[in-house]
Design a protein around this ligand. Structure first.
Ligand code: ZN
Length: 215
């Protein structure tokens, strides 16, 4: 039997897909042909190796699987951390924003009020700031300025341009600042007023609704 024919048959012999006659032929041949015997042996080893591969692949893949699950944990952790960070940053930003407002209010205290002068009587009319009939400059950041921020007609809401007369009393009813004229869209600075004392503000003005700011 020609060795080349046997070598052609060897793969199907190893794979056990040849007929019994062919198998017997191959076995008879390799018993007395050292070269074909070695070829068969080599092919069988290769086949064993090939059949081993799935197990090897499994083994080879295992670390990657571990890495993958580790990576998965990392990804999940990253997502959770990102969410937490986003929440944290949003919350902190909000609080900082709030604080900026608080800080701003602290450093730039200001209060606004509206005074309705119902008729043109020559009466002094008290000015209420934050529902109190007095104002306390409770920090050094008050500029102690009073602004005539504008005025409207009470009924129509039409803008008017009216001066106001301003006076300030202390807790004893003593007039500290007397009849200062404040033109529309201007302010007066009341440097004589002290910190942490109650002052009572009064205006005299023609009929109208007056917008007054203190800062
Ligand atoms: Zn041979």
């Amino acid at each position: 039997m020609n060795c080349n024919i046997i070598k052609d048959l060897l793969p199907s012999y190893i794979d056990e897909i040849c007929s019994e006659d062919t198998a017997k032929l191959v076995e008879d041949h390799v018993q007395h042909c050292e070269e074909c015997k070695q070829t068969l042996k080599r092919l069988q080893q290769q086949t064993d190796y090939v059949q081993m591969i799935p197990e090897e692949v499994k083994k080879a893949i295992t670390p990657f699987k571990k890495i993958n699950s580790k990576r998965r944990i990392q990804v999940i952790t990253a997502i959770v951390m990102t969410s937490l960070m986003t929440f944290f940053i949003t919350t902190v930003s909000y609080l900082v924003y709030q604080d900026v407002g608080v800080v701003h209010d602290f450093f730039s205290p200001k209060v606004s009020t509206v005074v309705d002068v119902e008729d043109d009587s020559e009466e002094w009319q008290s000015v209420n700031f934050n529902d109190k009939n007095y104002l306390i400059f409770d920090s050094v950041f008050w500029k102690k300025s009073i602004v005539n921020a504008g005025s409207n007609e009470i009924d129509s809401g039409n803008e008017t341009e009216s001066d106001i007369l301003l006076r300030v009393k202390d807790v004893n009813g003593k007039v500290i600042v007397d009849e200062i004229q404040v033109k529309p869209a201007t302010s007066v600075k009341l440097d004589g007023l002290k910190k942490n004392e109650k002052y009572f503000f009064e205006i005299k003005a023609p009929q109208g609704r007056f917008f007054i700011n203190a800062f």
